[in-house]
Design a protein around this ligand. Structure first.
Ligand code: MSP
Length: 469
């Protein structure tokens, strides 16, 4: 049986991870754990994008040898992913020798669709992207993402003839063979595809020295996107190995800003290579801080480690998986974060403490949770509405709290001990059933809940799950 293959965007190794980078990993991890529960074998790739002039310049600015610079940043991304309680099966760096060689072979295989031409136009150094005249005018000459003026370029480049594949790409996206979630982004992209020009896939070496050489032309290096996008298959061993156990990817997770590369250039490359297209592209929204885009200029970039340090990783996962939308932009503020922490403590922490205390008093033995079918939950998961799936669980948790209040097992224990026991046994069983799915979102907490309520004798945790300051 084919493995489920989930991919994440590979961040530029030009700095430490910032808050926005967490989204790719959390969503991928939720999907991974969900698929594992369904008995699937899952492959989850992560990695770092390490070539290009931006990275090269940053290293030079900081006076660090380029290789040391990317090593340091790549490692900090690996540590970051672990700190989110996210597990990947494969980590790829675009400076890996295997990747570089495989990329050159990919280029070679695409040669029928590659031509050389002169580029004259606008370019954003921040995006490492070419900018159409229309975009230039619309954005008044400045990149809205990087708040940096576009620069004028005039140089010889190799181009990938997107025109060769446009109709096939359109057909695949329109028919959902390559399904883009959310639908409004699919529509947005189909509009963009209409005027999508052929794309430049190389830069002169004199402009960008830190890159994979174009095979057969020493004066040119690959432009980052060809190099970066290839990672999804070079990590599987392509073209040295048969990748059909993993490829096509089931879900490729990207931020909204890079959807167009994944829905345009990437399918063109795959079609040129004769490989099947991924089944799903999931474009998530952006995290803002106090309603503003995070930016070094504004000085509001939050280091995710700072948030994790505050109350641990569980509230972090809880906030960004339940209170952040899977597909739309979402805001972070410390106030909202504290409110979310209180919810965790009040709804879940209290429930565990209270129920375990009652169980101990009434000598209730632990039991096991079951993965029960839940159509509403599955429906949300299948639509990639992970935050709504989490809501489904949370409502059930709140219902358990209500049931305790209403059924008052402590009062029942005085009048009808057998009935009190039955009520508690049922509450424990229901909590453990919910807990099997909670493990997808907040595995560490789910583990603790299992330890408490699956033990032969239920005893409340020595410290509450979410202690108040
Ligand atoms: N190197 C490219 C991706 C190549 S994939 C073949 C790149 N790197 S990035 O570091 O700029 O972004 C990495 C991921 O983080 C992307 O999915 C991007 O959308 C995401 N995010 C960057 N800032 C973000 C937020 N503020 N919020 C949510 N996601 C954000 O693009």
């Amino acid at each position: 049986m084919k493995n489920t293959y989930i991919t994440t965007a590979i961040p530029y190794a030009n700095a430490n991870p910032h808050l926005g980078h967490a989204m790719d990993y959390l969503l991928a991890d939720v999907l991974r754990r969900y698929m594992l529960q369904q008995g699937k074998t899952v492959r989850l790739q992560a990695g770092t994008d390490e070539h290009g002039s931006k990275i090269f310049k940053k290293a030079a600015e900081q006076n660090i040898p380029i290789k040391d610079f990317v090593d340091k940043n790549s490692h900090s991304f690996q540590d970051f992913i672990h700190s989110l309680d996210v597990e990947y099966t494969d980590f790829i760096r675009t400076t890996d020798a295997d990747h570089e060689r495989r990329c050159q072979e990919i280029w070679h295989k695409l040669e029928d669709h590659i031509y050389k031409s002169k580029y004259e136009g606008w370019y954003c150094e921040g995006c490492e992207g070419f900018v159409t005249d229309k975009e230039y005018t619309e954005n008044k000459g400045e990149c809205p993402d990087h708040r940096k003026a576009y620069i004028k370029l005039s140089e010889e480049n190799y181009y990938l003839r997107i025109a060769d594949f446009k109709d096939d790409i359109r057909e695949a996206i329109e028919s959902d063979k390559l399904k883009i979630t959310p639908t409004f982004r699919k529509k947005e992209f189909l509009n963009l595809l209409k005027d999508m020009p052929d794309v430049s896939i190389s830069r002169p070496r004199e402009q960008v020295e830190w890159g994979i050489p174009v095979p057969g032309d020493d004066a040119q290096v690959m432009y980052v996107w060809i190099d970066a996008l290839s990672n999804y298959i070079t990590v599987l061993g392509y073209p040295d190995q048969d990748i059909s156990d993993d490829w096509p990817a089931d879900t490729q997770i990207v931020g909204k800003d890079i959807l167009r590369f994944h829905a345009g250039i990437w399918p063109a490359m795959l079609l040129g290579l004769g490989l099947p297209l991924p089944k799903n592209l999931l474009a998530h929204g952006f995290i803002t801080v106090n309603g503003e885009k995070m930016s070094k200029t504004i000085g509001n970039v939050i280091n995710p480690a700072e948030i994790i340090e505050k109350h641990g990783v569980v509230p972090f996962r809880y906030y960004f998986l339940r209170h952040a939308s899977t597909t739309d932009d979402s805001d972070f503020t410390w106030d909202k974060y504290e409110a979310a922490y209180n919810e965790l403590a009040n709804d879940l922490g209290n429930l565990v403490q209270r129920l375990a205390t009652l169980c101990k008093k009434n000598q209730i033995a632990g039991t096991k949770g079951e993965l029960l079918s839940d159509a509403e939950f599955d429906d949300c998961m299948n639509k990639y509405e992970f935050n709504f799936a989490f809501d489904v669980l949370w409502r059930k948790i709140q219902d358990l709290n209500k049931r305790i209040d209403e059924e008052k097992p402590w009062a029942l224990a005085k009048t009808d001990p057998a009935m009190a026991k039955a009520v508690l046994v049922k509450l424990v069983k229901d909590l453990l059933d919910i807990n099997t799915r909670l493990a997808i979102f907040i595995p560490e907490t789910a583990q603790r809940i299992s330890e408490v309520f699956e033990a032969s004798e239920i005893t409340p945790p020595a410290t509450p799950l979410f202690p108040k300051a």
